[in-house]
Design a protein around this ligand. Sequence first.
Ligand SMILES: Cc1cc2nc3c(=O)[nH]c(=O)nc-3n(C[C@H](O)[C@H](O)[C@H](O)COP(=O)(O)O)c2cc1C
Length: 196
Amino acid sequence: MNIIGFSGSPRKGGNTSTLMKEMLKGAQEEEIEVTYIHLPSYHIQGCIGCEKCRKDKTCTQFLDGMHLLYPLIEKADGIILGSPTYNYTMTPIMKAFIDRLYPYFDFTEERPGSYTSRLAKLGKRALIFGVCEQLDEKEMYYNVNVMKQAIHVVGYEIEDSLFFTGHFKANSASHDEKDLLRAYEAGKSFAQSLKD
Ligand SMILES: Cc1cc2nc3c(=O)[nH]c(=O)nc-3n(C[C@H](O)[C@H](O)[C@H](O)COP(=O)(O)O)c2cc1C
């Protein structure tokens, strides 16, 4: 069993990274193999809609860091996606990452038509979280909810989603015992759910 945590924060060592690492620590407690991925380090290009992947079944437009991630995604039993809230939604790098999962879809010829994902029905699960400065979690509606919906459609059962509010400075979460514990516990229960 293994879990990959994908952090969509450009700020290394910021709140998303702190909370993600705490979740992975909780998962590790359950003797699950964990990997932390800082998405900006993979220089992922944004999808340009060339649609070549409909035929090629992978992205043949960009030979970038996403090709290091595809094999890890296929192997992982669980993924955690975490993104800071930028203007009510996820960061551009998290959006680029999710868009680049498009090659996993198989589409029918007619348009608009139905589609299925090759990542579906494999028992893969996801845990989703967002971080924001404001105190009201409604401030990150598009962030967490869009990540949830997009990842569900690509084949993951959503185990849980969390909203971490009130974090502005980069080191804010690392001083928040309550949120650190929430993150740790969420990672641990996510790992337990994968083992069940
Ligand atoms: C460009 C930009 C847009 C932001 N937009 C929002 C927002 O819409 N709502 C909010 O509550 N916080 C917003 N924030 C604050 C960040 O979500 C917050 O500082 C978060 O803790 C950053 O996470 P990080 O430390 O992992 O990078 C924004 C920050 C930036 C840089």
